[in-house]
Design a protein around this ligand. Structure first.
Ligand code: IVH
Length: 671
């Protein structure tokens, strides 16, 4: 085939795949079978593989992610991203309409749901997605294009005709409820804490470095506006409908996700409708946005300091219910954190039955002043997580006992401690408190950690109860015979599966071994950074607080948690036993030192660089034998300064006479 024929065929296939993607994900109305779709996609993948010269980041084959984003560049918005002024009462809405009418007379309004997620700006040139930027401070945000490409409700190539050559479409990236619940179920299965709030989780997901993980999370999107030199219409509503025709997910007028009104009455009817019906929706909405529809009138009304005069957000009152407090239980987690939980007489609230509600910590318990037998008010925070927000004090029985946070661990009786500056109480008996042990082991075997097949929460509990395992190192002493000796329906095949899973875990990279240890505050991302900076477990065990805080994203709290962990002899023994069991205790060879040119020198890194990302720069220091520290002191040999290094750091360096060098000078030092 001729080159331009191939190019044409690839382009055609991409359009076709995107078309079916839109029919499936956005319209929920596919016109071909899954199998036929897979075949198209495979054909496209095959052609792209044979002709890498036609690679394109906007190919639908890239929807599964794979790109790693080290840092998200800051980008200035062409048109600032404004925010809305909030209102909480019908009177506020009436006042808004009054203000508009006084200024410009009677106008038409468009009402939409207020989606509870994170704002995104999508820039298209010639019908192809070029850049996706978060709202940030409204003036500039962070570029997250690789992650946004995995969101299937966002077209990579626009459908149909008539779109401006350059245009910016704005919308909200959200989790729909089903996806969010599925994500949490998965996390629970893997022994991880469920996410509390879909909005924060969506924001966190957009900032993940691994776009393949973003793809797995199935984010969704709704469009609420657009900007261009030449807009298709001077009606906001018509522009949204134009976006629908180009393949975006937009609010459906049939379902009354968007509607128009000419007066306050019509606006309030929309608000009332959604105040009662919103709980049945598959998405979370925390209010309604009312906008003057005519863009010329919008311009005439203009802006106040932060928000437009032509729009207002009406926020729903979170629904509340009153129910009986049956008791308070105190749950001990993997890290020993003790969480009070209100056990409630089941009550219907905002679409679900609520039986329990977190009370978070001792301070919250204190603030609520709970007494046995109280009637409590519950509300859903972020419309999802039930929370006790108050007590009906008038209903309290005379002489009811106040509920206190325990002094001792409810599971093992050890006196609880509370670290300075932290809200949580901890049981310090980490090696003998049963739920801490089992949850730690569950965390260790979870998919994101050591990923040991055949071992889940129940099996861990069973092995622990039977005395087979007391810590994570014991796992590697399990044998098929010892498992079979448990009886209880254990079969050779499932026992062997566990053994194989344990064998296979020896190839799990060092960063995940580190994460699997379950050191307090050392999550997946931090574990990666630490693994990269330290290079080996041995080195990490001997790193000083200063060296630890030199690692990106490691502050005082994490540094202290790490040093505390390795100070405990029991933990050191476990690490040694894991090493003997053959687990990886070192990073890849690529992390090995390359020189000792910087031996004896200590660096502080500050600002943004042209040729290095911050991590890369720190890695370069360490791989050449230098040390990185988080704060400038007399011992600092050099400060490597990038653009916009903080003035406080500069002053300190100058006061202490520490030389400040730029990245080129640094590069010359290691060349
Ligand atoms: S319009 C100037 N419409 O709410 C108006 N915003 O505080 C620009 N939001 O940052 C926003 N649903 O992230 C608009 N239907 C909707 C919305 C919506 C959610 C978010 C958006 C914005 C914030 C405004």
């Amino acid at each position: 085939m001729e080159k331009d024929q191939v190019a044409e065929q690839i382009a055609r296939l991409r359009k076709e795949v995107e078309y079916h993607n839109h029919r499936y994900y956005v319209l929920a109305d596919p016109v071909i079978t899954d199998k036929a779709f897979d075949e198209l996609l495979k054909e496209l993948e095959r052609l792209e593989e044979v002709h890498p010269e036609f690679a394109d980041p906007n190919s639908p084959t890239k929807r599964v992610g794979g790109d790693i984003t080290k840092n998200f560049p800051v980008v200035r918005h062409r048109y600032p991203m404004l925010s809305l002024s909030n209102s909480y009462s019908p009177q506020d809405v009436a006042d808004f309409v009054g203000r508009v009418e006084k200024a410009v007379g009677r106008v038409r309004y468009t009402m939409e749901l207020k989606y509870d997620g994170v704002a995104i700006s999508l820039f298209y040139r010639n019908g192809a997605l070029e850049r996706a930027v978060t709202r940030g401070d409204g003036e500039q945000g962070e570029e997250v294009t690789a992650n946004i490409r995995t969101v299937r409700a966002i077209p990579l190539l626009l459908q149909g005709e008539g779109h401006p050559t350059e245009m910016e479409v704005r919308g909200e990236v959200i989790f729909n409820l089903k996806t969010f619940h599925a994500l949490n179920e998965q996390r629970l299965k893997e022994g991880e804490e469920p996410y509390a709030n879909p909005r924060n989780t969506a924001a966190g997901t957009l900032k993940l470095q691994d776009s393949a993980e973003v793809a797995r999370r199935n984010l969704d999107n709704y469009i609420y506006g657009m900007q261009a030199e030449q807009l298709p219409s001077r009606s906001h509503y018509a522009n949204i409908m134009a976006c629908a025709a180009w393949g975006f997910r937009t609010p459906d007028p049939q379902r009354r996700f968007i509607a128009q009104a000419d007066d306050l009455e019509g606006i309030m009817a929309f608000i009332d409708h959604w105040d009662t019906h919103r709980h049945a929706l598959e998405i979370i909405t925390d209010g309604v946005v009312v906008k003057v529809d005519d863009l010329d009138v919008q311009d005439e009304l203009g802006l106040t300091a932060k928000s437009p005069r032509w729009a207002i957000a009406y926020k729903f009152q979170p629904e509340q219910a009153v129910t009986d407090l049956l008791g308070v239980t105190f749950q001990v987690g993997r890290t020993g954190a003790v969480t009070p939980v209100a056990e409630l007489k089941p009550v219907h609230l905002a679409g679900t039955t609520v039986k329990r509600a977190s009370l978070f910590n001792a301070d919250q318990l204190e603030r609520l002043d709970l007494h046995a037998g109280d009637r409590v008010r519950v509300e859903k925070a972020g419309e999802i997580i039930p929370q006790v927000v108050g007590v009906e004090k008038g209903d309290r029985h005379h002489g009811a006992q106040r509920i206190h946070f325990p002094h001792d661990c409810p599971e093992c009786g050890t006196a609880l401690i509370r670290l300075e500056g932290e809200a949580q109480h901890y049981c310090p008996n980490e090696h003998h408190c049963p739920p801490q042990i089992t949850r730690r082991i569950e965390h260790f075997v979870a998919r994101r950690a050591m990923d040991i097949e055949g071992l889940g929460g129940e099996t861990v509990e069973e092995f622990f109860q039977a005395g087979l395992i007391r810590d994570v190192a014991d796992l590697y002493d399990l044998t098929v015979e010892r498992i079979l000796a448990l009886g209880k329906g254990w079969k050779e095949k499932s026992a062997q599966k566990i053994r194989d899973g344990l064998e296979a875990s020896r190839t799990v990279p060092f960063e995940r071994v580190l994460f699997a240890l379950g050191i307090r505050h050392v999550g997946e991302t931090v574990a990666k950074k630490i693994a990269r900076a330290a290079g080996s477990m041995h080195r990490l065990m001997h790193m000083s607080r200063e060296e630890l805080t030199g690692i990106d994203e490691v502050g005082e709290v994490i540094a202290e948690s790490i040093t505390d962990f390795f100070r405990v002899p029991g933990n050191r023994t476990i690490v040694e036993r894991l090493e003997r069991a053959g687990l990886r205790m070192e990073g890849e060879a690529g992390q090995a030192p390359v020189s000792d040119r910087l031996k004896g020198l200590s660096f502080v890194v500050s600002g943004v660089f042209r040729n290095f990302d911050r991590d890369g720069l720190k890695e370069a220091i360490e791989r050449n034998g230098g040390k990185v520290s988080g704060s400038i002191s007399k011992k600092t040999s050099y400060v490597v300064a990038g653009a916009d290094m903080g003035p406080a750091k500069r002053e300190k360096a100058e006061a202490l006479g520490v030389p400040i060098i730029d990245e080129d000078t640094f590069a010359a030092m290691i060349a």
